[in-house]
Design a binder for this molecule. Structure first.
Ligand code: MTE
Length: 304
């Protein structure tokens, strides 16, 4: 959706005051409606990234209608339907904990933190399917550097928005909410770790985690937490949703690893959405050259 730029001429110069005030109220009402305008707004000034894969992106329709977002239903087609009216403005993101400069930012301030890039990443879900998604965002480390982690900060804990009024289906999600996830600090600072605000050149559709979400392409998709409201820098490894409710199935690290099976299925291959047949799953989802060093000396069968 195209948002028109306001003209340079103030209304007060061209319009009688009563009409002008009326229009002001009308515009204020429009702003209140912004959530419905926000998703799908074209983002400007996006640079291409050298970290992008050259594999063809999964069609927009599949990326936006085949989703996991339990707050809006547990079936793949439900988030697109039930997140339609999700209000993502106003939105605040708080970053606190073991940092010298805790901060709360609104969305516009987040968008100004760093230049936006398009990052076309392979994404692999723990359920055995994969996609290629042209994300828009910037490295999470831009925001972490701003708050200045203290020497005690070892991990980063993330929390999603949760509101039963806006997310009534979440009552039947069968998982404790709000959704929480975590990374080790060096994983969070890694240049591949993205704070995403968009995809396919537009602001994020609600079902994909509007208005901002994490994207960690070498880990199973559940690490890429959606609709983030809080980032906490902490000393100890934080609780994460899936590893808390099913620790034997989902580890804290959750690196894509074709040689470590899920207890109920193999992780050796995957179904790329939109393709026929299956393809081999790659170690670290194909990002070995960039991330393997993070895990030097670790047994990734134990730390799955
Ligand atoms: N974040 C929240 N808050 N709630 C969720 O249910 N699902 C996760 C992850 N982030 C989820 C979430 C899972 S299991 C996957 S595979 C990805 O989001 C899916 O992201 P996508 O729908 O944009 O492809």
């Amino acid at each position: 959706m195209l948002i028109r730029k306001p003209t340079d001429l103030p209304y007060s110069q061209v319009t009688p005051r009563s009409t002008y005030l009326h229009r002001r109220r009308f515009l204020a009402a429009l702003t209140a409606l912004a959530p419905t305008l926000a998703a799908g707004t074209r983002l400007e000034g996006i640079a291409k990234s050298r970290f992008s894969t050259t594999e063809p992106p999964t069609p927009y329709k599949d990326v936006t209608t085949y989703n996991n977002f339990y707050e809006f239903g547990t079936q793949k087609d439900q988030p697109a339907a039930y997140a339609k009216n999700f209000r993502t403005r106003p939105w605040t993101l708080t970053i606190e904990g073991e940092v010298a400069k805790p901060i709360t930012l609104d969305l516009d301030a987040v968008l100004k933190l760093a230049p936006l890039e398009e990052r076309i990443y392979r994404m692999r879900c723990v359920e055995g399917w994969s996609m290629v998604i042209p994300w828009v965002g910037f490295p999470l480390n831009a925001i972490l550097q701003k708050v200045q982690p203290t020497s005690k900060a070892q991990f980063v804990a993330f929390q999603s928005f949760h509101d039963l009024k806006q997310m009534p289906e979440s009552r039947w999600a069968g998982i404790p909410l709000p959704y929480v996830e975590g990374l080790r600090l060096d994983e969070a600072m890694h240049p591949l770790t993205l704070l995403s605000v968009g995809l396919y050149g537009e602001t994020l559709p609600n079902q994909n985690g509007a208005p901002l979400r994490l994207v960690v392409p070498w880990k199973y998709g559940f690490k890429s937490i959606k609709s983030i409201v809080k980032i906490d820098l902490v000393e100890e490894q934080p609780h994460t949703l899936w590893s808390t409710i099913a620790p034997q199935e989902y580890g804290f690290y959750a690196n894509v690893n074709p040689s470590v099976d899920h207890p109920r299925w193999s992780q050796a291959s995957e179904r790329r959405i939109g393709e026929i047949g299956r393809r081999e799953t790659l170690m670290f989802n194909g990002y070995t050259d960039q991330v393997a060093a993070l895990y030097d000396g670790m047994d990734l069968r134990i730390n799955y």
